[in-house]
Design a protein around this ligand. Structure first.
Ligand code: SAM
Length: 239
């Protein structure tokens, strides 16, 4: 049976690729790489490029525009799934790349659903990757949870109305996706009982030459503390 392998590539450092990921990448005939715009280098591809240099697979960019319109998204998932399916059915060993782990806010989740419902004959293997937020925790030395603590992971570029209620019941709040919205939630966290001595850490473009990492307390945060790019992470933890 034809097989498709989805590979979690970790957050950016090729040394954080798993051995299994490297084996799958080196063995692939075709590597499918998600990107947000036509002609834009895929971030996932840039993580693995040093590994695939000598194996020379065909590299195909699949465009997933960063929009919220359901109809455009569904059309994109359908179209890109078909491209993957055609490659698998032609007998090629196909690998689909994704940043971090495939099951956390990844395009893979939608492709997987489309594959399961429309192409049940395609055998799927998924190789987990190191999640960005754990890479960040290692860089700043913050425990994501210990003992009885609870954790929330929130994508910061959607409706933030649930943040305050969630924060009341959580010890560690992790914000992913667009750093340009992070400043909006700090006030909500304070209103939910996060004190000025809470641990605060923010990161951007981890494992790249533009990496930004800051660790301070919630009370020390100013406008200048925030990051301004999509590839940002913010962690706030009760002291
Ligand atoms: C579409 S989600 C993908 C998450 C990914 N599947 C994971 O397991 O980490 C993209 C978000 O992950 C976070 N992220 C992933 N890699 C990152 C990096 N190298 N530096 C900073 N943030 C990163 C950012 O919050 C970014 O907006």
């Amino acid at each position: 049976m034809n097989e498709l392998i989805c590979v979690g590539c970790g957050p950016g450092d090729p040394d954080l690729l798993t051995v299994k990921a490297v084996k799958a990448i080196k063995n692939a005939d075709v590597i499918m790489c998600p990107t947000s715009k036509e002609g834009k280098t895929s971030i996932a591809y840039s993580i693995v490029s040093s590994v695939i240099n000598d194996s020379k697979p065909e590299v195909v960019n699949l465009v997933f525009p960063m929009v919220k319109e359901k109809s455009i998204l569904e059309e994109t998932w359908k179209k890109n799934t078909k491209i993957i399916v055609d490659a698998v059915n032609s007998g090629k060993r196909v690998v689909y790349l994704t940043v971090g782990d495939p099951y956390l806010y990844s395009t893979w989740i939608y492709l997987h659903r489309e594959l399961q419902t429309k192409y049940p004959g395609i055998k799927i293997k998924v190789i987990p990757g190191i999640v960005s937020l754990f890479t960040f925790a290692s860089k700043v030395g913050i425990s994501i949870a210990e003992g009885s603590e609870t954790v929330a992971v929130i994508p910061s570029c959607y409706d933030l109305s649930r943040v305050k209620d969630t924060a009341k019941n959580c010890d560690t709040m992790i914000f992913l996706k667009d750093g340009r919205y992070f400043d909006k939630v700090v006030q909500l966290l304070k209103e939910a009982g996060f004190q000025d001595n809470s641990i605060f850490a923010i990161g951007q473009d981890l494992d790249t030459e533009d990496e930004v990492v800051r660790k301070l307390t919630l009370g020390e945060v100013t406008k200048e503390t925030f990051t301004n790019k999509y590839f940002s992470i913010m962690v706030v933890k009760r002291a």
